[in-house]
Write a new protein. Structure first.
Length: 76
């Protein structure tokens, strides 16, 4: 990414991520549905942990996760 726009772009991405709706994929107003299987969620967690351990920055918006289903959310 071009350095001169990186902070502006990241701000826009964060703003958009903060408005995404998480929930049942059967609801047409939802942007992000559940992960299908526990093995997939475990793999996502491992990959994110590896990335952070290697120096990546982790950011996630503050939002309520549905009580049913598998969703990735990690305090960064």
């Amino acid at each position: 990414m071009q350095e001169s726009i990186s902070e502006t772009l990241m701000e826009k991405i964060r703003d958009r991520m903060s408005t995404l709706r998480v929930g049942s994929p059967l609801d047409k107003s939802i942007d992000i549905g559940a992960i299908v299987a526990q093995v997939q969620l475990d793999r996502i967690r491992r990959l994110v942990d590896e990335g952070v351990a290697e120096g990546a920055t982790c950011w996630q918006p503050q939002m309520e996760m549905p009580s049913r289903g598998l969703y990735f959310h990690q305090r960064c």
